[in-house]
Design a protein around this ligand. Sequence first.
Ligand SMILES: Nc1ncnc2c1ncn2[C@@H]1O[C@H](COP(=O)(O)OP(=O)(O)OP(=O)(O)O)[C@@H](O)[C@H]1O
Ligand SMILES: [Mg+2]
Length: 335
Amino acid sequence: MSKVILEVKDLTTKYITRFREDVYAVDHVSFKVEEGKSLGIAGESGCGKSTLALSLMGYYFPPLHYTSGEIIIDGRTITNMAPDDVRKSILGKEIAYIPQAAMNALNPTRRIINLIEDVVRAHDPTAKKQEIYQMARESFEVLGLPAEVLQKYPVELSGGMKQRTVIAISVILGPKVLIADEPSSALDVTSQKMVIKMLRNLMEMGYIKAMIFITHELPLLYNVTDEIMVMYAGQLVELASADHAVFDPLHPYSKGLMGSIIVPEAGLRDVKLTAIPGVPPNLKKPPAGCRFAERCKYARLECNVSPPLRTPGHGRTYRCILSEEELRGIYEHER
Ligand SMILES: Nc1ncnc2c1ncn2[C@@H]1O[C@H](COP(=O)(O)OP(=O)(O)OP(=O)(O)O)[C@@H](O)[C@H]1O
Ligand SMILES: [Mg+2]
């Protein structure tokens, strides 16, 4: 087994709304990412993908609150560190997060080089302008971006170039883990390919040691990541190799999700298209038992109690009252 770069143990975080209601958006989530590997996160809108990504930074501010669990990056536990220490020595340096729609949030009044200066100086206030420029230039060159971009304003860049610039800025301090939240969703196919190529290069060149990639587009997840985690209503419901998750899902929700793939990518073309009827539960009052039970066509009385996390081998995990044999029997019967 390779070195574990990111380990998350039983992480639970919640939002506390203005009306003092708790929204349990990340509920007892555990997983590991090894060196050189990328993990994809899939699940319907609102299932907690972005909240999990945000929670992994170990830096919490209202309305997001840390409830329990551990986050360990390259052997260093960050969940017991003072918030100020996390901000100074972890964010951007150990783990970096590219938020959803980050490319549209770049300060339009600052040139790219000034944005990079802000990032570098937040960690090292004494850094010299010339040194930062040199570092940014080298970094852009390695990542295949023209140095002229450094002098431009965000509005002067195309969508694809803006997103690649955002990625370059987010790895400027050399983080071990990069989390990219829907980095290609708003882009045309050509720009999307270039963004994906850049993320792959970052891993291959060892610029980053591990990656978490979030997207609605399952074929993309399959092509880019080694493992896929499927989330449902704030919980991990299945974690498996990309091959197993897409072509041999065990959890009924993963099965339904894979069956709703729309993009006819090579190899994924034979998957039968079906939609999952119903909507996810309200995370303010999630059911005590299986959160998917209400929409699950195989649900039974026992699903009223919280289902166990099962580990049927091949490094996979899924959360269901039914054993692998029972599920396979049901799926076989349906074919
Ligand atoms: N600031 C907030 N305050 C309260 N609840 C929030 C807040 N942000 C998100 N939520 C809730 O937390 C849950 C998870 O949201 P999150 O944005 O993490 O989902 P997601 O899987 O990233 O969705 P999408 O695919 O649409 O990006 C949702 O029920 C959402 O309504
Ligand atoms: Mg999101």
